[in-house]
Design a protein around this ligand. Structure first.
Ligand SMILES: *Cc1c(COP(=O)(O)O)cnc(C)c1O
Length: 241
């Protein structure tokens, strides 16, 4: 059994509470953990929140609405991030629950969100999703600097959107070490985009790394990691996109 497999095995014997606290203690304080909540029960999410989890990531708008209601009082005090692809006809609903949409991957989507956000006068944080080395998802823009900068500039002109980060899935299966070059590349884009000084954007978050790759992602500059299996204790292989 390799180190990774051993950790997963050992992790399987711990509770959500223990796993969350262990990872929280292990990674630097500046790194935010987004709980990838897909297919998790209200109980599981509440357990993680009770020990300090403060950002929930949802792939589906409807599940997020339900989870938000189930969390109750505390829901307003924690962050809600959309981490799945957002369909135009779900934007109005998404705006009610989420304070950040990590998956903006086109100017059309950005403009559609802005138009609806303007109607309800709600400013929302967005990240640009970049598709790098990922076979499992078609979402995300091409991993080319010019394309990213162009979209960033478009978003910067939209009054109700605040561009605050870049997000990537990266390859999910196989040796975690193999994702390192992809993460490094995204960090390069991130630094370059920051250095351009586009007005009205506030690029500060780099969301990359999942259960099998978060340590590497942090080493490569991530300050948001999105964790499901590492906290909830099983590997979800049936990601729908
Ligand atoms: C499911 C999911 C994650 C977490 O994946 P794990 O391997 O369970 O940690 C992260 N990001 C996105 C977008 C996801 O859909």
């Amino acid at each position: 059994m390799g180190g990774e497999a051993l950790l997963l095995f050992w992790g399987g014997m711990m509770s959500i509470r223990e796993r969350y606290l262990q990872i929280r203690g292990e990674i630097p304080d500046y790194v935010k953990i987004v709980l990838a909540a897909k297919m998790k029960t209200n109980e599981e999410i509440r357990e993680a929140i009770s020990v300090g989890a403060d950002i929930i990531g949802e792939n589906y708008v409807q599940e997020a609405e339900k989870m938000y209601a189930a969390v109750g009082e505390k829901a307003r005090k924690i962050g809600w991030h959309m981490i799945g692809s957002l369909q135009t006809n779900k934007i109005n609903k998404a705006l009610k629950t989420f304070d950040c949409i990590q998956t903006v991957d086109s100017a059309e989507l950005a403009e559609a969100i802005n138009k609806r956000a303007e109607r309800i006068k709600k400013r929302i944080s967005v990240f640009i999703e970049i598709n790098i080395g990922s076979e499992i998802t078609k979402s995300g823009i091409k991993p080319e600097y010019e394309t990213i900068e162009k979209l960033a500039k478009r978003i910067s002109k939209l009054d109700y959107l605040r561009l605050e980060g870049l997000m990537t899935m990266g390859p999910r299966e196989g040796e975690p070490e193999k994702v390192r070059p992809y993460f490094r590349k995204i960090k390069e884009y991130f630094d370059k985009l920051k250095s351009v000084g586009i007005p009205n954007i506030d690029l500060k978050y780099l969301s990359m790394g999942m259960s099998n790759s978060y340590r590497i992602a942090i080493e490569e500059g991530a300050n948001i990691v999105r964790l499901g299996a590492a906290i909830f204790g099983e590997r979800s292989c049936d990601l729908k996109t």
